[in-house]
Design a protein around this ligand. Structure first.
Ligand SMILES: Nc1nc2c(c(=O)[nH]1)N[C@H]1C(S)=C(S)[C@@H](COP(=O)(O)O)O[C@H]1N2
Ligand SMILES: [Mo]
Length: 195
């Protein structure tokens, strides 16, 4: 939990401490998949035509590597993560959002959700992760696909992602209904609204 070097200070938001581990945090049960033929990623809501990407089709999408730092609202930060995943643009090639779409709701297994502005979802640093530090995501960390939105607190990075809903207005997801900030900028310490 110590700073590795001076330059890390500019990479660690206020109130955060570094960890080299990879803590597991979530609400509810870890899904264990037996039959990937039942998995799909649904793109719906305010789009010209809804789309559903099957597991096989998703795994054939072009992949890239991504490097980033992650910041959990519970105060741990983990620097220098290496990921393999699918760029948001490659998924967005399947749908055309209507002009009034300004927010998205990420839908995970078991009905867990989190909300963010469409512009933040579309940033080229946001992506659909398949591997972390060279390994296929473990069930605990979101296998087969998790969202990663590294510029917001890590609760916005939905594990076990199954859908992206396009919306005109912002609506609170699971933790946001329970007092977490609607946006969650770690550099502004937008943690909990009861603070
Ligand atoms: N589906 C789902 N995704 C989730 C959560 C959850 O409860 N369910 N928790 C979030 C929170 S609060 C955090 S800090 C990160 C933790 O990811 P990790 O377990 O891979 O470290 O997942 C986020 N994604
Ligand atoms: Mo979290």
């Amino acid at each position: 939990m110590a700073m590795n070097n001076a330059s890390d200070a500019t990479r660690v938001p206020p109130g955060q401490r570094l960890t080299n581990g990879f803590p597991v945090l979530h609400h509810g049960e870890v899904p264990y998949y037996r039959d990937m033929s039942k998995w799909d990623l649904r793109l719906f809501g305010l789009v010209e035509e809804e789309a559903c990407i099957t597991y096989n089709a998703f795994m054939k999408l072009p992949r890239r590597t991504f490097a980033n730092d992650i910041h959990c609202v519970t105060t741990w930060s983990k620097l220098d993560n290496e990921w393999e995943g699918v760029a948001v643009a490659a998924v967005m090639a399947h749908v055309k959002p209507k002009p009034e779409a300004k927010y998205v709701m990420l839908h995970a297994e078991h009905g867990w959700t989190t909300n963010l502005p469409l512009a933040d979802f579309l940033r080229d640093t946001s992506f659909f992760a398949i591997k972390h530090n060279g390994e296929i995501l473990s069930p605990e960390h979101g296998y087969p696909v998790r969202m990663v939105v590294p510029h917001l607190y890590f609760w916005k990075s939905a594990k076990w992602l199954r859908g992206v809903e396009f919306m005109a207005a912002d609506k609170p997801g699971f933790w946001e209904r329970n007092g977490y900030n609607m946006y969650g900028d770690p550099w502004k310490e937008q943690r909990y609204d009861w603070d």
